[in-house]
Design a protein around this ligand. Sequence first.
Ligand code: ZN
Ligand code: ZN
Length: 490
Amino acid sequence: MIKFIFALILLSIPLLAPAQTFEKSVLITPPKEKDSRYFYVPFDVPEKSKSLTISYEYDKKGGANVLDLGVFDGTETNVKNFRGWSGGRRNTIFIAENSATNGYIAGKIPAGNWRVILGLYKVAPEGVEVKITVRFNEIDAAAQQQLNDEKAKTFDFPKSPKVAPATANGYTWFRGDLHAHTFYSDGNWTVKGLLDFAENSNLDFIGITEHNTFAHHAELDALAKNYKNLLVLRGEEVTTYGGHFNVWGLPKNELIDFRVAPKDANRLQTIVDGVHRLGLIASLNHPTALCGGCDWSYGDWQKMDAVEIWNGAWDLEDEAALKKWDELLQNNFRLTAIGSSDTHSAPLNGNANGRAVGVPTTHVGMKKLTQTELLAAIKNGRVWISDNPAVYNLEFSAFASKNKFVIGETVSNPTNSIKFDCQAKNFPVGSTVSLISDGKVLLKETVENVHSAFAKNFDVQKNSYFRLEVRSETGAMLAFTNPIYIQSKR
Ligand SMILES: [Zn+2]
Ligand SMILES: [Zn+2]
């Protein structure tokens, strides 16, 4: 009997602050054209909370309703209160002092008024009822298990031989991939798996660009030290419902606000101005992709610093992006083209959706591999792109008035003809190298002996650009350069 009373007393002493629950159902109607696409649900976090679990439920109606989830630990108007984002990936997430669901930021749980943010990706015409549950001082067991499983995932792949980056025309052409996703957003890579794969693939730099979160920064910084030959950049894929863009080299735990309504070009510009104030650049992603909200709705591409013309395996969307980019060049706009894998999972164990890091690869001409040089070289267009990191080499330069010009540079007021020099190395026999200017192919050479080289003079009397493309026998893109530009008074 005494034992029983003792046990009762023990059971009645709470080990933690008592678990409490917040529940609310909200009805969301479809946003109109200029309406905000974000819906906030405030809730109060009690004093001395150590953790919280947030769940949301709604009828997906076969994909007619798609709602994203995120959290602020104070008012939503201050991005410093941002505590994470999981898009539409997870129904239940937790945030605790020492750990959090991937995509969310672990740390102190301040008492006070927090916000659940719902991103209205798709809302059925009749609206959707969403039930939100927040449990305080409770880590959901399934969410904890999911985190454990994600952290434990390993990636095995065969070792590749080392290939040094090419040097040409006074620069080392470092190779990288600036668009990749891990478990911290909607990818199925660990950060370590991705960095290992990148290093093994002969990449020299990599950007990990999670959708709308910086939750990966801490692990990225901790691991980056182990990769002496790999420049690792903190990135964000700023993911709006009217297009996506990448920012690389962010300060630790810096969020670029993603809350802009589709077509709101002014608000988008304000966000891009903020990126520039950080000394960084903004690069438009997959501008012609047809995923519903992936294609660019904010008007002129040329307001960005770069554009991802090549996303994953070369396809018709890339072809459309290339066509539009070339039209911009014809209208005297300059915008650096890049390419990236946008990998979300490893191309291992028969995973058909897997994408290798570095397919395609962005080759950037630099004297030294640093983040500052990398961003400046991309801004200046000293970039060519190929479908793999280590096989092909493409060199392109121009001679005018006894000076040499490389990809991205401008020949000003040429007095004599300009000599364009091309060297295409290690491309398959039968592939073609084309010199393109003002939307026209000026010269097309077939690769007959692995290496192909030509030099040809042109008299250029107007503002113009010259760029190279190498395509396979079937027309698939193997590599292309950014232009050498001509500025002429004549
Ligand atoms: Zn995207
Ligand atoms: Zn992406």
